[in-house]
Ligand binder design. Structure first.
Ligand SMILES: *[C@@H]1O[C@H](CO)[C@@H](O)[C@H](O)[C@H]1NC(C)=O
Ligand SMILES: *[C@@H]1O[C@H](CO)[C@@H](O)[C@H](O)[C@H]1NC(C)=O
Length: 337
């Protein structure tokens, strides 16, 4: 069993909390309230899901559930914001086109966006038993390094990966850089956040120091948290499905044999993969999930249908051309930076 097959999940008796849910696209915009708060435009383009109170400056006191009027997530008490950079294709003539996102396995009809997981134990563990703590209001974090261009640069991040989708259900093997060959059903990026909290700080200057990986082993193997970061949190995990199908003709790929995809911040290696999170669950909804028998779905949560998720959108603040062929990436980036 290498990943969560929905058919297999249906056979699993109620256990403990692992939720997997889609969030449709809220907006694609050049804003980054975590790394460059208040800056309009932010240096590079992002794709964002979650509550519609997202904006350029989200201070710690901002009450996401209170200020949002809708969320793009299936669990309608989740007004968190989840975001990543955006993928582009570079054609032989040097122009770029944005790679659209597509719905994940099991979530047909959801407009773009991504899949979010929160879990108590590793993904392949059907006995989710460990007691974990939910994130608190004001909590935020970042994972990855947009300046990384080699495997050594990201050795300290354990689980930021790419999967070349042969089918919508392919999950392995996973790589740390872009696939070298066309992927028939697109490219999946998977981003797993650290799971040990210092118990005090909702944020830190690099948005990472308040969190740590287990001291030994991994979250999956139940490794203990280090003394500096003693509080074991749920595993937050994103999957993003990039629909590369219109770009899979090898005749359009670079003549030197390299691959044509590039992140919105100029990275054509893939090692710069990174993600952002701002907690925004209503009241104690997330802790209730983590304390109750939930698997994929959760009876303690309110859900909304696909049409309502897709209808929650925001207008772009920064007027970039997001759909045409462009000579440079929004913000002036080019491949290979
Ligand atoms: C962001 O939202 C906050 C509160 O919701 C508001 O005070 C602020 O002016 C907004 N900032 C921008 C740049 O829109
Ligand atoms: C560049 O190449 C793309 C893909 O082949 C094509 O659609 C586009 O029209 C080309 N642009 C120019 C300016 O030639």
């Amino acid at each position: 069993m290498h990943w969560l097959s929905l058919a297999a999940l249906a056979l699993v008796a109620p256990s403990y909390a692992l939720i997997r849910f889609p969030c449709a696209q809220l907006v694609i915009d050049r804003l980054d309230p975590l790394v460059t708060p208040g800056m309009i435009p932010s240096p590079h383009l992002h794709q964002i899901v979650g509550g519609n109170s997202f904006n350029a400056s989200m201070d710690m006191e901002k009450d996401l559930p209170g200020e949002s009027t809708c969320t793009t997530c299936q669990f309608s008490e989740d007004f968190s914001n989840y975001w990543t950079a955006v993928l582009y294709f570079k054609a032989r003539n040097g122009t770029y086109k944005r790679v659209p996102q597509m719905a994940n396995s099991g979530f047909n009809g959801v407009n773009g966006g991504m899949t979010i997981y929160y879990m108590q134990d590793g993904l392949y563990n059907f006995q989710q038993r460990s007691k974990v703590t939910a994130f608190q209001p004001g909590f935020r974090m970042f994972i990855g390094d947009d300046k990384a261009r080699t495997a050594e640069d990201i050795a300290r991040f354990r689980q930021l990966t790419y999967t070349c989708l042969k089918t919508i259900d392919t999950r392995d093997p996973q790589f740390l850089d872009f696939p070298k060959e066309p992927c028939p059903m697109g490219i999946m990026t998977a981003l797993r956040f650290p799971t040990c909290w210092d118990g005090k700080n909702l944020d830190s200057p690099d948005h990472m120091a308040h969190m740590a990986y287990p001291e030994s082993g991994s979250f999956e193997t139940g490794g203990p948290c280090p003394a500096s970061h003693p509080v074991r949190m749920g595993q937050l995990f994103y999957e993003v499905n990039w629909d590369t199908r219109q770009f899979n003709n090898k005749a359009d790929w670079p003549e030197d044999g390299s691959q044509p995809f590039v992140w919105s911040f100029g990275d054509s290696t893939g090692y710069g993969n990174h993600a952002d999170y701002v907690f925004g669950w209503q009241d104690d909804a997330l802790q209730r999930v983590l304390d109750s028998p939930c698997y994929v779905n959760c009876p303690t949560l309110k859900t909304q249908g696909t049409a309502r998720m897709n209808a929650c959108t925001m207008k772009n603040v920064v007027p970039d051309d997001l759909n045409g062929w462009v000579t440079e990436l929004p913000g002036g980036w080019v491949a290979g930076m």
